[in-house]
Design a protein around this ligand. Structure first.
Ligand code: TXE
Length: 485
């Protein structure tokens, strides 16, 4: 099938622009590596211009003095526009990222819901009055941070763009968004819809370019007041170093190596389905992927047999095809990295139970497909048991006692999420409190709503996205003391 090549521009200061040096980057469909679009390859100068535009917009009376209820109405309008355009957005997401259309529709719906939730909060960001010694009035003002830079990764392009854009705008910030160089299309569309919804010029800017040039400039620009980064821990550390030089606020979401713990009294068929979906959704490219499963020895054999059978029956293919249950990984380099981990796992002594190769189907030859893969006998010392693979690779380990399961689950530098499967309330809450993670799901996986805080412990990040708590990050607190004497 030949695809109509789409040419996109980027949004800077309310204008749709090419890169200042005229260069463009090709955007590929990961199911066949055909070029589907071209986007401007921004330069440092373009990044600087976007920060400048955001700074000007932040100080403009049109935005600064806008009634917060009106900001809420703009976000409500944006919610409606995302919903009206959901078919196009979902199609674009699938063509660019590779995930199934069903997943993309879910992501677009999630993005709309994030705008809807924060629309309702825009006029409820309140300070407080504080009791102090007599004849004084003491209160706090909650003010926006200023210019916020949003570095968005490639695994959930629209959902993660919306996750930080919504609270940033609700709180009155102005935004420079840099989508991943490989999946920028829905973020550009989001910029277009934000403008249509009534955000004044320069309030939302979208710059398309590389992490090493454009991203690195944005996070070290002294006019930037806050950085929201979702990506790898390595890049996250570089971003924090750059931010430290200007004492810029950071919010970091850096991934995970998340455990499921399945006890013998769990609803086993439900747990099998959730363990499978928790690693093979989006071809495993999720910070919250349940990439390690600890299964109690008394149910181990049957559980694993059934899980492997169900995995073997999965239909792999292009995300746009209705029958597809798992699409390709997002890039050729990701395919190589994932297959490299499979090789490491085999060499380290883990037992490959299923998958581990490119699929045989010649129809899929040109795409970045990897079979859904399951290893058993995995330990925390192995790379497959400790690194965030970010692909469809599950590690299974048998356990005897609860203490042993919790110890192994916590034996990682990451601490994002965990799944617990049991019908015993005491076990459920006891293990939930002992897992060193920022979020736990009991008898389902994963559960995240725009209204529930999401963030990592340990190396998984700093701060929270989602929920009222997220607004803490997007605002700063000014204390005002008035002498009434
Ligand atoms: O991420 P990078 P990559 C993890 C996952 C994956 C690994 C590598 O383990 O295997 O990261 O993926 C921008 N200054 N996650 O290489 O490099 C870049 O343009 C500022 C976890 O794609 O961290 C992109 O927009 N920005 C994860 C974003 O950072 C820079 C999601 C992420 O890229 C930059 C994605 C720099 N110096 C990957 N260098 C999650 N937590 O969900 C790059 N970028």
């Amino acid at each position: 099938m030949t695809v109509q090549l789409q040419r996109f521009k980027m949004l800077v200061g309310g204008e749709w622009k090419d890169s200042s040096n005229g260069l463009a980057s090709s955007i590929l469909d990961p199911s066949n590596n055909q070029v589907i679009a071209e986007v401007p390859r921004a330069t440092k100068q373009d990044a600087r211009a976007a920060v400048d535009a955001a700074k000007t917009a932040f100080h403009s009376p049109e935005w600064r003095d806008m009634d917060s209820a009106k900001r809420g109405r703009i976000l409500t309008k944006l919610t409606g526009l995302v919903r009206e355009n959901s078919d196009e957005l979902a199609r674009l997401e699938t063509m660019n990222e590779g995930k199934t259309l069903r997943e993309s529709k879910g992501d677009v719906a999630w993005a709309a819901r994030a705008f809807e939730y924060f629309a309702g909060l825009a006029d409820k960001i309140e300070g407080e009055t504080i009791p102090v010694p007599p004849r004084r009035l003491n209160y706090t003002l909650k003010e926006p941070l200023g210019v916020t830079v949003h570095i968005v990764p490639w695994n959930y392009p629209i959902a993660l763009a919306a996750r930080s854009l919504a609270p940033a705008l609700a709180a009155g910030n102005t935004v420079v968004m840099k989508p991943s160089e490989i999946t920028p299309l829905t973020a550009i569309k989001l910029g277009e819809l934000a403008a249509k919804a009534g955000t004044p010029k320069g309030v939302v800017n979208v710059v398309t370019g590389s992490g090493s040039e454009v991203g690195a400039h944005l996070v070290s620009d002294k006019d930037v007041d806050g950085i929201i980064f979702t990506g790898s821990d390595e890049t996250g550390k570089q971003v924090m170093e750059a931010a430290a030089r200007n004492v810029t606020h950071v919010l970091m979401e850096l991934g995970g190596k998340n455990p499921h713990i399945v006890f013998p009294d769990a609803d086993i068929p439900k747990a099998i389905k959730a363990v499978k979906d928790g690693i093979f959704t989006n071809a495993g490219q999720m910070c919250w992927a349940g990439s390690r499963a600890f299964i109690h020895e008394s149910i181990y054999e049957g559980f694993v047999r059934e899980l492997v059978d169900k995995t073997a029956a999965m239909r792999i293919g292009p995300g746009l095809e209705d029958s597809t249950e798992m699409g390709p990984v997002a890039s050729k380099s990701r395919q190589d990295i994932v297959l490299g981990y499979v090789k490491d796992g085999t060499e380290e002594g883990a037992k490959l139970l299923h998958g581990g190769k490119k699929p045989k189907d010649p129809r899929l030859d040109k795409g970045n497909f990897v079979e859904p893969t399951i290893f058993e006998n995995v330990t925390g010392e192995m790379k497959v048991g400790s690194d965030e693979i970010f692909g469809p690779v599950l590690s299974i380990t048998k356990f005897k006692t609860t203490d042993e399961a919790v110890t192994m689950a916590n034996e990682t530098d990451y601490g994002l999420y965990g799944g617990i499967w049991t019908s015993n309330l005491k076990t459920a809450h006891d293990v939930a409190s002992r897992l060193e993670v920022g979020g736990v799901a009991i008898n389902e996986y994963l559960v995240t709503f725009p209204q529930t805080p999401f963030g990592g412990y340990k190396d998984s990040g700093i701060g929270h996205e989602n929920g009222i708590r997220a607004l803490e990050y997007y605002t700063r607190t000014k204390n005002v003391s008035v002498n009434l004497g």
